[in-house]
Ligand binder design. Structure first.
Ligand SMILES: C[S@@+](CC[C@H](N)C(=O)[O-])C[C@H]1O[C@@H](n2cnc3c(N)ncnc32)[C@H](O)[C@@H]1O
Length: 319
């Protein structure tokens, strides 16, 4: 324990199925749990409700997918369970974002099937977002696959902080005049920002690649912190509880820390739970958002020791 009452963490918690680590500094939770099991979700939430859920399940598509493909009816059966378990722990006014894919080789499953299933759930669709997310180099015979779909559902009347939607891209279109209170005004005079809104086609987010600090080498499905920030800051306020039950590289967890929210997250795989907790602790120690080009994982197994994961000791360790 430090003099100011803060707890210093020197070791990374170890995970096995059923273990939940509670971060003593910001109150985040990381559980090695199964989202399709109601009792596991309950164990993580301990009767608290979330204002926002960001879910990024395996897509049943075989690009870099460690989980293989299930027959569609089995995948939908499983999806049905985790969706119900998620909706169950959402606040009466809350948002649910779900990343999903469509397999071009198999009739675009599972996206349309999932959308139809969602029509029977006690949430309503609010938007259908596409993010540009280039994975690989494509072929010379087809349009390159760069889209990533994001379904946005709501329960009740959740908050939406529109400021979070503005990009860094300057507005260019001048010359749209309109009369406001008897005065002719120009586009720029009326606008709330000098940059454009992201809208529901996010083309301004760089996919994570190996030269970026936030890269977790070996995490095959890592989402950029920028997309996590946009979602978290649009659909929750500081201090709110947000959840991500398919944690993987911990993008939602780290962004929750950066945006001052509390994140309850899980992954069924103990190695990804460890990566998430280590990423948070490594960030606190070094200010770095990932391990860049260092090889951290291969085939889901962690390649480096805890000291290397935590990074170089800082002066804080001498106190
Ligand atoms: C597509 S990745 C999520 C990527 C994440 N959004 C990120 O930015 O790193 C899916 C994750 O779900 C986990 N997973 C698969 N089945 C699960 C289950 N039943 N319960 C909890 N996690 C599960 C996998 O281990 C994998 O790490």
């Amino acid at each position: 324990m430090l003099k100011d009452g803060k707890i210093k963490i020197k070791t990374i918690p170890s995970f096995e199925y059923g273990v939940i680590w509670e971060d003593p500094i910001s109150g985040h939770r990381v559980g090695c749990l199964d989202v399709s099991k109601k009792e596991d979700v309950k164990k993580l939430m301990q009767n608290e409700k979330a204002i926002l859920a960001v879910q990024d399940p395996p897509y049943n598509v075989d690009i870099n997918d460690e989980f293989g493909n299930l027959p569609l009816d089995q995948y939908m059966n499983w999806s049905n369970k985790w969706v119900d378990n998620t909706i169950n722990i959402l606040d009466k006014n809350s948002s649910l974002y779900i990343w999903l894919g469509a397999d071009i080789k198999k009739g675009l499953q599972p996206l349309p099937d999932f959308i139809i299933m969602m029509r029977n759930k006690p949430v309503s669709i609010r938007n259908f977002i596409t993010m540009r997310n280039q994975r690989g180099y494509g072929t010379q015979k087809n349009w390159m696959a760069i889209r990533q779909e994001l379904l946005y559902y709501i329960k009740g009347e959740p908050i939406f902080n529109v400021q979070a939607e503005y990009t860094d891209i300057p507005k260019k279109t001048k010359g749209y005049y309109k009369e406001v209170n008897g005065k002719i005004t120009e586009n720029f005079e009326r606008s709330k920002s000098l940059t454009i809104r992201a809208g529901n086609v996010w083309h301004d987010i760089q996919q994570v690649f190996y030269l970026m600090h936030e890269n977790i080498e070996g995490c095959f499905a890592q989402k950029p912190l920028k997309s996590a920030k946009r979602i978290i800051e649009a659909s929750s306020n500081k201090g709110d509880v947000i959840v991500d039950f398919f944690g993987h590289s911990g993008s939602s967890l780290l962004q929750a820390e950066l945006s001052k929210r509390k994140c309850y997250t899980m992954d069924i795989d103990p190695n990804y739970c460890k990566i998430m907790a280590a990423r948070l602790l490594h960030f606190r120690r070094s200010g770095e958002k990932g391990w860049g080009r260092n090889k951290i994982l291969k085939d889901g197994k962690i390649l480096v020791n805890d000291e290397q994961l935590l990074g170089a000791p800082t002066l804080l360790d001498l106190i």
